[in-house]
Ligand binder design. Structure first.
Ligand code: C2O
Length: 544
């Protein structure tokens, strides 16, 4: 195994997009930020220096951080943010993960522009479980807002609403040909006829699930969230914020230019959203030079925005590569309803109150809207035994069983607020069933669990039925993921062993929902002896 050293300087940078100049927060002045590359088993040392004017922390999304929550990164959960002028060095080992992950700011909306790819190659001496591609390209899908993220933050704080709807989607920071003032910088991927290439696709968008497709080329999925999958050939991908998908593409046309395109998958009924399309170009080197600059690339057909058949069908098609032994019976069963809600406003005339009838939007898990501490981190208070910051009474089942698919009792539209964790014994076999409530709107929620990768053992529409649905669970080749969509008006079941002590955030990866409180945290107790216990905090852990 090797050690890799990086320095990430958080700094403001002026960029031009869509005919406008604006300031964004970046790492090392790069947008997207630098790609981190390592092998399975390697050790990383990444010093983050905050030369910007806002508090920030960096999360290494999907890395397990075994016994090492100090390196995980979410602000006020595992650390206090790094203050302007401060620095913090993340030190961690990659354990049994191969494929594509990513990193992003984990301090409110700053991840809008602070993100990059994290590529994990096979362990030294081993190789991919598929023939080695000739070339590899990371494609980071993003969302572009026409204001600087700080204004977005202020606006979101003031109104309690999500940031303005984006004005463009991006691929590697570029909107592409179909937007004004963007064609010069459109991302081009040059390819040779006959080659097979590997695309590492990452959805780093703040608030939007996306469909992705390539004109005249099919894709073979070979990995998701840094785990290999059975090869699965498709013409379209649906990728939620936080997820990554590795695909092989065979360059099998004689010549030409082909768009790789992404647009929204929007399952929420009546939600306003950005309906534009971002593109990059798959450019055959065999294309005559004149045609390369002049001819219009072929555009792929993307599913309709509200295609709630294609999206879950794609997700259900993904199977884990290796036969696994998922435990037959879970020791801990959590049944968690996730969804939006409305909270009555104290002053219904305030601009914060843009929900119906003098309310404002909120979001919750089991009807608790999560509140982050602001003067300490959960992990620090836990480690130091300082009480009063959180409680461990997160409800393991919904406060009321009800029909989630219609006529949701009005009483459940208004969650309570709290900093509630759920305590797990080291080594517990955990099953979590996530159920969309259809409160306010029926919507897909990409749910992310820090500190673990989990098996997705089942999924369906309607209400989860604890008597019959588990009989259909896939315990043979379920995919391994760190982020999974709760289908709109449906449920998804995940399983993992709680073998990673510490406090781990669980939340919707749509940032506006997270901001509204669609989160909880798991507190995994230490097991027996040092090898099952949280490591001591590093000396430079930031203070609040
Ligand atoms: Cu990528 Cu807590 O998130």
């Amino acid at each position: 195994a090797e050690a890799h050293y990086h320095e990430f300087v958080i700094q403001t940078k002026t960029v031009r997009r869509l005919c406008r100049t604006q300031n964004i927060i970046t790492v090392n002045g790069q947008f997207p930020g630098p790609t981190v590359e390592a092998r399975n088993g390697d050790f990383l040392v990444i010093k983050v220096v905050n030369a910007a004017q806002y508090n920030i922390s960096i999360h290494w999304h999907g890395l397990r951080m075994l016994r090492n929550p100090w390196a995980d990164g979410p602000s006020y959960v595992t650390q206090c943010p790094i203050q302007p002028g401060g620095s913090y060095t993340y030190r961690f080992t990659i354990t049994d993960q191969e494929g594509t992950l990513w990193w992003h700011a984990h301090t409110r909306f700053l991840r809008a522009t602070v993100y990059g790819a994290f590529i994990i190659y096979p362990r030294l001496g081993s190789s991919y479980p598929f023939s080695i591609p000739v070339q590899e390209f990371p494609l980071l899908l993003g969302q572009w807002f026409d204001r600087d993220p700080v204004l977005l933050l202020k606006q979101a704080d003031f109104t309690g609403l999500p940031p303005d709807i984006s004005v463009a989607y991006t691929i590697n920071g570029q909107p592409g040909d179909l937007y004004r003032c963007s064609s010069q910088e459109t991302v081009r991927v040059p390819v040779d006829v006959g080659d097979t290439i590997l695309l590492r696709i990452i959805n780093s968008a703040l608030n939007q699930e996306l469909f992705f497709s390539i004109a005249n080329h099919s894709m073979t999925v070979v990995g998701t969230d840094a785990a290999y999958t059975k090869p699965f050939t498709t013409t379209v991908l649906m990728i939620g914020p936080g997820q990554t998908i590795n695909v092989l593409v065979t360059v099998n046309q004689p010549q030409g230019l082909y768009y790789m395109a992404a647009h929204a998958y929007e399952s929420a009924v009546n939600a306003p959203f950005d309906n534009t399309t971002t593109t990059a170009i798959l450019e055959y080197k065999s294309t005559r030079h004149r045609d390369r600059s002049r001819s219009r690339p072929v555009l792929p057909a993307l599913p309709a925005f509200n295609d709630t058949v294609t999206a879950p069908a794609f997700t259900a098609g993904i199977r884990g590569l290796s036969k696994v032994r998922v435990f037959i019976k879970a020791g801990v069963n959590l049944h968690i309803m996730v969804g939006l809600g409305l909270i009555n406003c104290i002053n219904p005339n305030s601009p914060r109150c843009q929900g119906p009838n003098g309310t404002r939007f909120t979001a919750s898990m089991n009807n608790v809207s999560f509140v982050l501490p602001s003067t300490t981190s959960l992990m620090q208070t836990y480690y130091e035994g300082f009480p009063g910051v959180f409680t461990t009474d997160f409800p393991p089942v919904p406060p009321l069983q009800f029909n989630y698919t219609g006529n949701v009792p009005r009483g459940l539209w208004t969650p309570s607020r709290g900093t509630k964790l759920y305590r797990l014994k080291y080594g517990s076999k955990v099953q979590i069933v996530l159920q969309d409530t259809s409160i306010v709107t029926t919507e897909e929620h990409p749910m992310h669990v820090h500190g673990f990768h989990f098996f997705v053992v089942g999924s369906g529409f309607g209400n989860f039925n604890p008597a019959t649905d588990p009989l259909k669970f896939n315990l043979i080749d379920p995919p391994v993921k760190n982020t999974i969509g709760t289908p709109p008006g449906g449920w998804v079941a995940i399983r993992f062993v709680a073998d990673n002590p510490g406090i781990w955030f669980v939340h919707c990866h749509i940032d506006s929902h997270l901001n509204w409180g669609l989160a909880m945290a798991l507190l995994v107790e230490n097991g027996v002896g040092l090898s099952q216990s949280v490591l001591p905090p590093p000396p430079d852990l930031p203070a609040c």
